[in-house]
Design a protein around this ligand. Structure first.
Ligand code: G6P
Length: 494
């Protein structure tokens, strides 16, 4: 824990809540637990508060694996830091939620329904179909959100500030407000927000439940203005609430204070990533990749194997490039890293299979004895990803919809910092488009021909021009580091 609180000993004055926490555990054969710390913006944001301030903090998250569950059960009250399971600078309370409840809340509601809605992923002639089973799943989602609200209410000092993260925890603000009216509550959406016609796919009581749940917060944060306005449109349509698009508020007609809406873009922790990308393990991965690529140009993409990332169309665009611009055959290599994600869901397993199939088709159609057109890896390897960033002449980020997409910022940043000149082919449906459009080659993610043309344009671009653009993209990507993103939201809560 940080140093002692002015308020109540043992109670936190800054709290973060998210489904996935900053640490996960594996159990060895002998029963010993090993902790793996995750990176990401929230960890560095919270750590910077820990380093600077005398606030007590706590991060509340769910136990997601068997190892996590074992850890949470060993620690009294789930407080991992108090029994030395993790170091005390990162205070974590891990919730041991009943596995069936967690499965329904996380897989069925959060990832198969809310994520699909905000990213507009449904093949609507056949899905979704909300019947009795969905109502039960929704009950589990309510229960899981209630478990978070109760834990936060227990951990929080009077008037503490609570930052709730993402669509998994949409109901927490209202549930927590009911338990602890004194708290200052913020909620942040890391996803896009669906436009009202699409949001209306949800059954009315759930659509209202999500909006009313979030409106329990004092302040709601979104990554771009586009997503914030879509949320406000949904409140107007579904709840008939007054929205003020100038002042960015929702509600207030009933004499209660309105909920404030804020826009906070998120950028890269450039110091961390540039230093990490220069370590010897990355050098070694880079040398290995360079050996198979030779001096050819390199197109890079790095994603989770996520439906919204549009990997299959991206690969098809690469094939189209090689077909229609045959001068690139033998002259370019596409590095595509697609790391496993959400494999409990059938759609994701099928999608991974489609990625592998498309990759094989490309190799079969274009590969020769001395040229491998595509290097695809599906196992997570951070050092190898950073090596690919350093090699990139062109980065492809073509999601069909994305809250922000930090890879679009990371690749030019690492490339620029290590002497490279990387062009960016960027979907207009990524949140990052709002900041990077001017120096990127912008594509409609559904348009394979258009994406292939953009790849051609990026590969053909004069190196000096590409370098200039890369530097501007790098500066834009580093402008709003996660520490600042985190601090701004805390400040905005007062
Ligand atoms: C997105 C969400 C995060 C989530 C991450 C990984 O970025 O906004 O909340 O943690 O995906 O997904 P996962 O289901 O593995 O946590």
């Amino acid at each position: 824990m940080g140093s002692s609180s002015a308020a109540e000993p043992g109670k936190a004055s800054v709290l973060v809540a998210s489904n996935r926490g900053p640490v996960s555990f594996a159990v060895a054969q002998n029963g010993e637990l090993t902790a793996k710390r995750g990176g990401g913006g929230l960890v560095s944001g919270l750590s910077s508060v820990t380093a600077q301030d005398s606030f007590e903090q706590v991060w509340v998250c769910a136990a997601l694996s068997g190892g996590d569950r074992t850890a949470a059960r060993r620690a009294p009250g789930g407080r991992l830091d108090r029994i030395g399971l993790i170091d005390s600078s990162l205070p974590v309370r891990m919730l041991d939620i009943e596995p069936e409840t967690l499965h329904r809340a996380y897989n069925a509601v959060a990832n198969s329904t809310l994520w699909f809605t905000h990213h507009m992923l449904y093949a609507t002639p056949v899905s979704p179909a909300f019947g009795g089973r969905f109502r039960q799943e929704w009950e589990s989602y309510v229960e899981y959100n209630a478990a978070f609200a109760e834990a936060l209410a227990e951990e929080a000092a009077p008037q503490a500030r609570v930052l709730v993260q993402d669509y998994h925890l949409a109901l927490v603000p209202k549930l927590l407000r009911d338990l602890r009216p004194d708290l200052r509550i913020g909620h942040f959406s890391h996803t896009p927000w669906a436009p009202p016609d699409y949001f209306g796919i949800l059954p009315d009581e759930m659509a209202r439940g999500v909006l009313e749940g979030m409106l329990g917060a004092d302040r709601l944060g979104f990554l771009t203005e586009r997503w914030a306005l879509a949320f406000m449109d949904c409140c107007a349509r579904q709840l008939g609430m007054p929205v003020d698009r100038e002042r960015m508020t929702v509600g207030g007609a009933d004499g209660k204070a309105p909920t404030r809406i804020g826009v906070h873009s998120l950028g890269v922790d450039s110091e961390f990533i540039v230093e990490r990308a220069s370590r010897p393990d990355v050098d070694a991965k880079l040398a290995a990749l360079r050996e198979s690529i030779g001096d050819r140009q390199v197109i890079v993409r790095v994603d989770r194997t996520e439906l919204s990332k549009n990997i299959v169309r991206g690969l098809e665009a690469y094939a189209d490039l090689l077909r229609r611009y045959p001068q690139w055959r033998g002259q370019v290599v596409h590095i595509a890293f697609a790391y496993p994600s959400r494999h409990d869901l059938e759609e994701y397993r099928e999608y991974t299979a489609a990625v592998l199939r498309t990759a094989k088709e490309i190799r079969d159609e274009f590969g020769t004895s001395d040229w491998e057109p595509l290097i695809l890896h599906v196992e997570d390897d951070f050092a190898r990803s950073l090596a690919a960033y350093r090699l990139a002449d062109v980065a492809v980020v073509n999601p069909i919809r994305d809250g922000m997409n930090l890879v679009a910022k990371e690749i030019p940043l690492v490339a620029a910092a290590t002497g490279g000149a990387c062009g960016l082919v960027l979907s207009r449906e990524a949140g990052a488009y709002a900041e990077l459009a001017e120096d990127a080659l912008v594509v409609n993610p559904y348009d394979i021909t258009g994406t292939a043309d953009a790849l051609h344009a990026a590969l053909s671009m004069d190196r000096a021009e590409r370098r200039r653009r890369c530097e501007r993209l790098a500066a834009a990507g580093a402008a709003l580091p996660p520490q600042r993103w985190f601090a701004d939201q805390l400040d905005a809560l007062g």
